[in-house]
Design a protein around this ligand. Structure first.
Ligand code: SF4
Length: 239
């Protein structure tokens, strides 16, 4: 594979980070934060940078005049938009969004989620959206992968997973999602502590907290198997 091909693949996948402040260089103006990579990779000429950056930040809902500002002159939501613009500036196909809205106020979260959804439509993007917020996951995803202590425990389309979860951990998680129809319910946290990922329990990692645990769960590692077309789950209850 030639160097240019490798570079191109690298550009197709971009990352949006959790902390919109720490992920922006405080000494650089927005013009350079967003414009540096497209110039470096030959997408635009250096002389076109300002015009290009103004276009990109307008696409994410920021005033093009802000291109000369520094990160500290923006709110949290605006900074996350700059992070999104930086990723879009190299024309990616695939964005890894690592808890990309977790650090924002709830009202701003909704705006940024809507921005993600609009951009996906306009630019035909694919997202790997990593989140602990299942309401957001349900809203934005087509397909969901649930992980516990570093292992995949269930995969399914979003509709199927939220309608009929298979894995006990997924069921417990979904019980905790606040919904209008469950107003007044006293939520019960999942029993037990999360074990250390450095020293996870043997067998099924979830067995110390699982309400359905059996003897074999302490010894045998459950394999991720297909439970129905397009769905997989790693639980001995499916055997
Ligand atoms: S394998 Fe056993 S402990 Fe693990 S989720 Fe299934 S029933 Fe629970």
């Amino acid at each position: 594979m030639r160097k240019n091909d490798i570079q191109q693949i690298g550009l197709e996948v971009q990352m949006i980070f959790q902390d919109p402040f720490a992920s922006l260089n405080p000494r650089m103006r927005v013009e350079d934060i967003i414009g540096e990579a497209p110039v470096l990779h030959g997408i635009i000429k250096s002389s076109e940078k300002l015009v290009y950056v103004r276009e990109v930040i307008e696409r994410v809902g920021l005033d093009p005049e802000y291109a000369h500002r520094y990160p500290h002159q923006f709110s949290g939501g605006q900074r996350q938009r700059i992070g999104i613009a930086r990723a879009l500036a190299v024309k990616p196909d695939f964005l890894v969004c690592d808890e990309a809205i977790a650090a924002l106020d709830v009202s701003i979260q909704a705006q940024v989620i809507n921005l993600f959804m609009d951009l996906r439509e306009e630019l035909d993007l694919t997202y790997l959206f990593i989140s602990h917020d299942l309401s957001v996951v349900e809203h934005i995803s087509d397909h969901v992968v649930i992980m516990y202590l570093g292992r995949i425990v269930e995969t399914a389309s979003t509709d199927e997973l939220f309608d009929s979860p298979n894995h006990p951990y997924t069921k417990v998680l979904l019980n905790e999602v606040p919904r209008l129809e469950s107003r007044g319910i006293n939520y019960k946290p999942v029993a037990g502590e999360i074990p250390s990922p450095l020293d996870p329990p043997g067998g099924c990692h979830f067995h110390r907290r699982c309400p359905s645990a059996m003897d074999r769960c302490r010894i045998d590692v459950p394999i991720l198997r297909e439970t129905s077309p397009g769905r997989t789950s790693a639980c001995h209850l499916n055997d």
